[in-house]
Design a protein around this ligand. Structure first.
Ligand code: WT7
Length: 651
């Protein structure tokens, strides 16, 4: 087929943490003898009580369970902070860059440099504040904060005392926030007066106040001052972050936490129902986040590393905060967006901090690519050594641009496939070991056993297309759905018996490289953000004029996938442009701007079988603009519905 292959650059092969032979050997050990492999690599953490048991896992219904290092105890905040104090206390842990850059005349907001020693102190004070507010081990703390260092402080403070954090992306609506607070029964919320993104203010505290009308159980809100805006303050409930933390002692001994005690919950969308609380525990997650961070980025202490993800997503958890800090890294935290004040912003930050490793999302790259090369080439980027991609398939054109224009043809690109559920990277190149093919996440990380199955669950060998499953457990795997262990089993382990089903389709080529082709369930990936079509549908039908709705993905040049909604209105309603705008605003209000529909097609009816089931296959094809062959429509109750859909389709 003659697809491009980029060999490992020789300086990488020579100096790499793992070269090609090293990868083969370590991978073989990891899958042939996982007990021995993980007993060794589990030592990368500081344990309070060392583990004696390594792996105790089964994906079978009869004895289903996932436990790693189960009799060990540790503290993750101590692994991120205390362990570095003697050797790297004055090294910078977090380099924070605000939304707006400094101006030439010296105006604007300066960046912040937070050393490990300072971060340790801030975390201890905040952990003591949480304790003073009655937060107990195992209790859920909801975090609704922008990209500020205090968000990392809050996460680490929870980890220090054994509280479970649940971060809600600061772009979510009050309703979405309320749903997540209620689901995990959290009585404390951490937020800021406002957020700042791309020069715009986001009313976070007002959103919290609105959400809490639905959450009578919340008795404490700790509010950080970010912009100093005049916002509501509820006496007895609201606490000013800075002054309350300052009163606390900077001494807080880390709690002894069991390896299988929960660390965090992160809500994510599935193909059915409400978003589910993905639960990660402590020991295995910590091993996975730190080990993948070290090997995937070939990370060496002292290097400046920047993952441009938000802490509201799992990438921010594992690769802005936990992974890098466990490895003693200097991690860049960026409050802003790629195109504010202009499309050079990312690369100016790279030059400012001499960033060596940059990890970003294809959607941002595609948006920047469209603005032209000058925004990139007028910056130096000489410090860059390695680039990463995450969140969605990267199309070869964007990959080539990233490689040639951003990386000056010098930097390998690690295209990392993983999921909220997997805790960290699963299928990924290692920069010193893996020849790269643009668009392929390449080979499995140590301990990951991928397989491809046909729809009936038969194992496929060799070069083929199929449903991607993982056949054995790995330490970073999620352990449960918060409050619904049965749903955990049903969602991931019942489609193909004895295996973890990823929800992704995938191709494996002649060289054993994996190419993720995208979701094969009713989940769409919009700008690297995962959305359940069911969630958008239920937001639409909650509108008084809507009778029925069906949502599918559509190709989108920048976002990867866009949102295409078919809407049937109540009979008395005459759908028009004003209603279309109203529904778009409604969905944004119900879920958040990331769920903004790109297309709303009004339809007098949806294609249903005689038993009343919507034939989504037809809608998907219309969304994909692939209507030449809609397949068998003879089982539809009213086949003429399809003619109307085709006549008024968006493309
Ligand atoms: C879904 C998971 C990875 C953490 C952030 C997103 C898609 C993710 C890739 C990639 C192709 C990718 C998959 C996956 N995805 N990375 N490198 N190549 N597809 O986590 O929100 O849980 O979404 O994102 O479809 O299932 P998430």
């Amino acid at each position: 087929m003659g697809e491009a292959v980029y060999p490992v650059p020789s300086e990488w092969a020579q100096n790499a943490l793992v070269d090609a032979a090293g990868y083969d050997e370590m991978y073989r050990q990891s899958v042939e003898n996982p007990e021995a492999f993980w007993a060794e690599h589990g030592q990368r953490l500081d344990w309070i009580k060392p583990f004696t048991k390594v792996k105790n896992t089964s994906f079978d219904e009869a004895d289903f369970g996932i436990r790693w290092f189960e009799d060990g105890t540790l503290n993750l905040s101590a692994n991120c902070l205390d362990r570095h104090l003697a050797t790297r206390g004055d090294a910078i842990a977090i380099l924070w860059e605000p939304d707006g850059p400094m101006k030439a005349d010296g105006g604007g907001e300066p960046h912040r440099e937070i050393t490990y020693r300072q971060l340790h102190e801030d975390v201890c004070r905040f952990a003591n504040l949480l304790k003073a507010k009655g937060v107990q081990k195992g209790e859920r703390v909801t975090i609704y904060l922008p990209m500020v260092p205090e968000a990392a402080v809050a996460m680490l403070a929870c980890a220090r005392i054994g509280a479970i954090h649940s971060i809600v992306f600061a772009g979510f609506s009050p309703d979405a926030l309320a749903g997540r607070i209620t689901d995990c029964d959290s009585r404390i919320v951490l937020t800021s007066d406002e957020g700042l993104r791309g020069g715009k203010k986001v009313p976070l505290k007002a959103n919290v106040d609105e959400a809490l009308k639905q959450c009578p159980g919340v008795d404490t809100v700790i509010m950080l001052r970010r912009t100093g805006a005049d916002v509501g303050f509820v006496e007895g409930r609201d606490v000013d972050w800075a002054s309350a933390a300052a009163q606390q002692s900077a001494d807080c001994a880390p709690e002894e936490i069991g390896a299988e005690d929960p660390l965090f919950i992160l809500y994510t969308s599935g193909s059915t129902g409400k978003p589910k609380g993905v639960l990660h525990t402590t020991g295995g997650y910590a091993v996975w986040a730190s080990m993948t961070h070290q090997y995937v980025f070939d990370y060496r202490p002292g290097q400046i590393y920047w993952c441009a993800a938000d802490i509201g997503w799992v990438t921010g958890h594992s690769y802005v905060v936990y992974g890098p800090l466990m490895n003693g890294a200097t991690t860049v935290m960026f409050e802003g967006v790629p195109n504010f004040p202009d499309a050079s912003r990312f690369w100016q930050v790279v030059d400012k901090f001499k960033v060596e490793i940059f990890y970003g999302a294809p959607t941002a790259l595609r948006a920047l690519m469209r603005e032209g090369d000058d925004w990139v080439t007028k910056t130096s980027r000489a410090s860059l050594r390695l680039l990463g991609s995450v969140g969605e398939p990267i199309n070869p054109e964007a990959w080539e641009w990233y490689h040639k224009v951003v990386g000056d043809s010098r930097c390998p690109i690690v295209d990392t496939w993983w999921q909220t559920e997997t805790g960290g990277a699963m299928i990924t190149p290692l920069p010193g070991a893996t020849p790269l093919k643009p668009g392929s996440a390449s080979r499995p990380f140590f301990g990951v056993k991928p397989a491809l199955l046909d729809n009936d669950g038969a194992l496929l060998e060799g070069a083929t297309d199929g449903c991607l499953v993982i056949t054995d457990s790995w330490p970073g795997q999620m352990r449960s759905v918060w409050g619904d262990h049965e749903r955990f089993f049903q969602t991931y382990f019942s489609t193909f018996k004895g295996m973890y089903f990823t929800g992704d389709g995938c191709r494996r080529d002649e060289d054993g490289y994996y190419w993720i082709t995208g979701r094969i369930d009713d989940v769409i990936n919009v700008s690297g953000h995962r959305m359940g079509t069911a969630e958008i549908e239920s937001a639409l039908v909650a509108h008084s004029k809507v009778a029925e709705a069906a949502v599918v993905g559509m190709p989108h040049d920048i976002k990867g996938q866009g949102i295409y909604a078919f809407v049937t209105c109540n009979v008395e309603v005459e759908p028009d442009e004003a209603l279309r705008r109203e529904l778009v605003a409604w969905v944004r209000h119900e879920i958040g701007p990331i769920a903004t529909p790109d297309v709303i097609q009004f339809a007098p009816g949806l294609p249903k079988t005689r038993s009343g089931k919507i034939m989504r296959r037809i809608l998907r094809k219309i969304g994909e603009n692939d209507v030449s062959n809609l397949g068998d429509t003879s089982t539809l109750a009213d086949p003429s519905v399809v003619d109307h859909l085709l006549k008024y389709r968006a493309f």
